[in-house]
Design a protein around this ligand. Sequence first.
Ligand code: PRP
Length: 221
Amino acid sequence: MSENRYLTFALGKGRLANKTMELFEKVGITCDEMKEKDSRKLIFVNEELKLKFFLSKGPDVPTYVEYGAADIGVVGKDTIMEENRRVYEVLDLGYGKCRMCVCGPGSARELLKHHEMIRVATKYPNIAKDYFYNMKHQTVDIIKLNGSVELGPIVKLSDVIVDIVETGSTLKENGLEVLEEICPLSARMIVNQVSMQMEPERIKKLITDLRNHVKGKGEVS
Ligand code: PRP
């Protein structure tokens, strides 16, 4: 592939993008333009290194990567699982660690044990379906919410929720607890399948450099 081709990165806007750029800098992937505070720009370029970066909503990152609008993306494992796009997941970056869990009031524990028909509120209907239908073989009614999912059991919309737990303080402050753990989560790097074949050296070098750096810091198991 031409040496002049830009390598394009899609990053989920916000904290994850900042952490990602901190890590990328350590392996020489830099973009000064992105450091401008209060900028509303969505695309940033490093002309010298032929790199482009754009910021999108997290759940859209796998979409950009699947369609080749970005060669590489960085996004949470939760989003990768929920979106289920055809991309290569190549590296656990070791930050953004949390857990996908079934949560609710302690009293809901029994409902999970006895495979009762229950209502599950979640931002992640595909993950919830896979867990209850395929792993637990429990028929449930899944209700999609867009945030503040902890409200579900409190206002009796649902019996339990499927959501991310990081520190556990949102649950605690709302009288809820972890009832079952579905899986651990963290930030992952994903790659477009065609890009991997067209630019194997450039992309594999980046993965190796990042892996060595992350391992060196002891952040990846
Ligand atoms: C996430 C998640 C939980 C909370 C967990 O919500 O959905 O509500 O963080 O974090 P904790 O265990 O450290 O309390 P987010 O802040 O992304 O907002 P949302 O509820 O609008 O999705």
